[in-house]
Structures are given as structure tokens and as C-alpha cells.
Design a protein around this ligand. Structure first.
Ligand code: ADP
Ligand code: ASP
Ligand code: MG
Length: 405
């Protein structure tokens, strides 16, 4: 049995025209002989009536401290609404279909509300639906705990639903349909020269997603990579084949090129830089552990970490700045926290061991007189912290420097 999972994001299901295109994509896959499992996001963005942000606003408008469990119950409604609407459209075209919540699709998660992890998938209901030759339309972004509580998988988590189901159902292919042609060399909203990539490896996309490229959820890519199911990122609104992501081997006629030195750029805006200074050795007096333990206990994720005997630096999300400040000010150390920074990164899993990559990055930023406030690297990326106001200029300059256009 050839199963395909097709996931449609918020903009794809937002309008009647988009939903008609969704139905066309499902029809095409059925005509190609696939058994289709559809995963849908909530309709639209921001102020659209059933969008996730709108639902969050509804509860937070009453109580800013709405409990994560209740917030999940509310957020999950957006995706549930989409499933029922899409089923009606498919049935109006004589395509038999049934709607499922994440729980009904057998997605069991831990109870880490708002950012739950899938523990197990029991796809019995989906198999029954598939065997009866109906299209299963599953609500993305949600699961259920062993106790029956509804959870969500983190913002953008419908992608994770799609790849997890793709692996569980041993799908031939997972198609993530969105509002861009595929994975691009940078966010096209910020870099107009960005171009769509035809192929890339799981590693490359995983790095880009972790570094902030919002086109797909990083966990979704990890799951597809672990399950070795080919993934495509495509547009709902065109016939283009999008970006095919695999482990770098050939699939049929298509040869997947290996990892490149720089495949693309990623960015993360609204970051705060924390610098902690001391005249005493921070290693010797145990402060290194103390500081990072304090952040861990508060659930504050730290990034771009640098530790030297007399200085510790890292970045955090800007909205956690006040919380971090309150905690760190208890220490008899010089604490400096500033916001309005952005992380810009070059990503390429082929850059390992290649000399001169940072020199090119520094040259590009210097040419635009963009100061670097912090940096970090791995064997597959180099990230620099710049002023938020310089972010777009930095991305455009790096895009040109690394010939990505
Ligand atoms: P969906 O609602 O379909 O899940 P998202 O908004 O989550 O869509 O993701 C698509 C958006 O990701 C695009 O509109 C684009 O602005 C943004 N994006 C950021 N980086 C990239 C990139 N490297 N390639 C393509 N799109 C990107
Ligand atoms: N609707 C959810 C969100 O906005 C999940 C998703 O779209 O993937 O984060
Ligand atoms: Mg998304």
C-alpha cells in the first residue's frame, strides 16, 4: 500500500481558494494511486478568527497567566475546525474522508503542555480509514497524554504531526505544503533574492530550522530523518515540485547533491545578550555551574554560550529578559543584559574543516559596517549576533557574499 502524508499549513487552509487548492492536491495524489493522510493547521494567522494566535489572545485577554493545560485545550480547537471544514470540501468532490483529532489519530505525548513530545503513535484508526479507502484528515499540532489531556507540540508543530505520522504509517513520501515554493536560501520576506532549493539533505534543513528558518519545525525534520522517509517542502499554490529532502543519495532519476559549504541563511530576531563579569575566577568559585543551573531551573533556554574565567556570555529570548535579570541580580557579579539583538547564521554541513568561511562572513558584515557582538559556531554553521536594526542588511549582504542568489 502506497501511503502519502500531505500537510497543509495555516495560509493554505485560510481562504476558500486555498482550501480548493488543498482539495486539488489531495485529488492528484489519489489519482497517482496513493492512500492519502492529510494533516492540517489552524486556518490563517494573527487576527483570523480560528488562527492559533487569535485563540491564545482570547484566553490571555482574560488572564495573562492562563495555565498551559487549558491553553492547549483551546489552541487545539483551531486545527480541529480545519479538519471538519476540509472533510466537507473533499466530500463535496465525492472524495470519502473522515476527520480525526490528534488523540483519535493515536498520537500519544508526554504532559509537557504547550511543547509536548510524541511518545508513541497508535495508528489503528488511521489504518482502518485507509483500508476503507477514505482520506484521513488529521488535526496537526496536537496529541493526547496517557491521562487523556490534550497537548500541543510547540508552535509550528503541525509539521511534526505530519512527519511522525509519515514514519508511523511507513509513508512513501511526506509533502509539507506551504505558502512558498520550497526551502529557500533565506527567508524570502527579508531577502528578495532568495531562491528555492531543489534538493538538500536532512542535516542541512535540520540545522537551518534549529537556527530559526521558520519554514519547517526542526523536530519534524529530525523525525523524518530518523525514520528515513523522504520529505518535500512545496507550495499549495503552484505545481512546482519544491525542495526534496533526503539523506544525500539518489532517488530514482533525481541525484541529491552532497552537503554544501553554505546552503542557506537563518535568523532569529528579538534576542537579548547577557554578559556576566567578575574579578574573581568564575570557575574556581563555582559560579559557572550556579549561573547555568539558575537558568535551567527557571526554564530559560540559553544559546551562543561562551565561558571564560572572568566572563560568561549567552543569549536568551527577549521576552525572558526581565525574568533572567531578576534571577541573576541576586548574584554579587556585574550583570549586563541588553535587548534588540538578532542572530544571523550561515548554514552548510559541507563547511566543516574548510578554512576562510568566517573570514568571508566578517568581510561581508564589515563592508556594511555591521558590528558583531557575539558569535558561536559548530562544524555546520557560524552564527553572529548583530543589532536587530542591522539584521536585514546583514542577511542581504551574506546572501550576496556566499553567492546564494
Ligand atoms: P505554514 O503556515 O504553511 O506552516 P509557515 O509560516 O510556518 O507556513 O512557514 C512558511 C514561511 O516560512 C514562509 O512564508 C517564509 O516567510 C518563512 N521562511 C523563513 N525562512 C525560510 C526559508 N529559508 N525558506 C522558505 N521559507 C522561509
Ligand atoms: N497552528 C499552530 C501554530 O500556529 C501549528 C502550526 O501551524 O503548525 O503554531
Ligand atoms: Mg509552519
Amino acid at each position: 500500500m502506497r501511503v502519502i502524508v500531505q500537510k497543509f499549513g495555516g495560509t493554505s487552509v485560510a481562504t476558500a481558494d486555498g482550501r480548493r487548492k488543498v482539495a486539488e492536491k489531495v485529488k492528484e495524489a489519489l489519482e497517482q494511486g496513493y492512500q492519502v493522510v492529510v494533516v492540517v493547521s489552524a486556518m490563517g494567522r494573527n487576527n483570523d478568527p480560528y488562527a492559533t494566535d487569535t485563540l491564545i489572545g482570547l484566553a490571555r485577554g482574560v488572564n495573562k497567566q492562563v495555565k498551559p493545560r487549558e491553553l492547549d485545550l483551546l489552541m487545539s480547537c483551531g486545527e480541529n475546525i480545519s479538519t471538519v471544514v476540509i472533510v466537507q470540501i473533499l466530500e463535496s468532490l465525492n472524495i470519502k474522508a473522515s476527520a480525526y483529532t490528534g488523540g483519535q489519530a493515536g498520537i500519544i505525548t508526554d504532559n509537557h503542555f504547550n511543547n509536548a513530545r510524541i511518545l508513541e503513535i497508535k495508528p489503528d484508526n488511521l489504518w482502518k480509514c485507509i483500508r476503507e479507502r477514505r482520506v484521513a484528515v488529521v488535526a496537526g499540532f496536537q496529541g493526547v497524554t496517557a491521562d487523556g489531556d490534550i497537548t500541543t507540540l510547540g508552535r509550528g508543530g503541525s509539521d511534526t504531526t505530519a512527519t511522525a505520522l509519515g514514519v508511523a504509517l511507513k509513508a512513501e513520501l511526506i509533502d509539507i505544503f506551504t505558502d512558498v515554493e520550497g526551502v529557500m536560501t533565506a527567508d524570502p520576506r527579508l531577502v528578495p533574492q532568495a531562491k528555492s532549493l531543489t534538493t538538500m539533505t536532512y542535516n542541512e534543513l535540520c540545522e537551518m530550522a534549529h537556527l530559526g528558518a521558520k519554514v519547517v519545525h526542526p523536530r519534524a525534520v529530525e523525525i523524518a530523518m530518523e525514520g528515513r522517509v523522504p520529505l518535500r517542502i512545496r507550495s499549495t499554490f503552484s505545481d512546482s515540485m519544491g525542495t526534496l529532502i533526503t539523506d544525500g543519495i539518489s532517488i530514482g532519476e533525481i541525484e541529491i547533491k552532497g552537503d554544501k559549504i553554505v546552503t542557506g541563511l537563518a535568523h532569529m530576531a528579538e534576542m537579548a545578550l547577557v554578559i556576566i563579569g567578575s574579578h574573581e575566577d568564575l570557575n574556581a568559585n563555582g559560579r559557572v555551574l550556579e549561573i547555568f543551573q539558575m537558568m535551567a531551573d527557571a526554564g530559560i533556554s540559553v544559546d551562543m554560550i561562551h565561558v571564560t574565567p572572568f566572563e560568561i556570555g549567552f543569549i536568551i529570548k527577549e521576552d525572558l529578559m526581565e525574568q533572567a535579570k531578576e534571577i541573576l541580580q541576586q548574584l554579587p557579579l556585574e550583570i549586563k543584559i541588553d535587548k534588540s539583538y538578532a542572530k544571523v547564521a550561515i548554514v552548510g554541513t559541507g563547511m566543516r574543516g574548510i578554512p576562510g568561511v568566517m573570514a568571508r562572513m566578517a568581510k561581508s558584515l564589515q563592508a556594511e559596517q555591521i558590528p558583531i557582538f557575539h558569535s558561536a559556531d559548530s562544524h555546520t554553521n557560524i552564527a553572529c549576533l548583530v543589532r536587530q536594526s542591522d539584521m536585514v542588511k546583514a542577511l542581504r549582504s551574506l546572501h550576496q557574499q556566499f553567492d546564494l542568489g
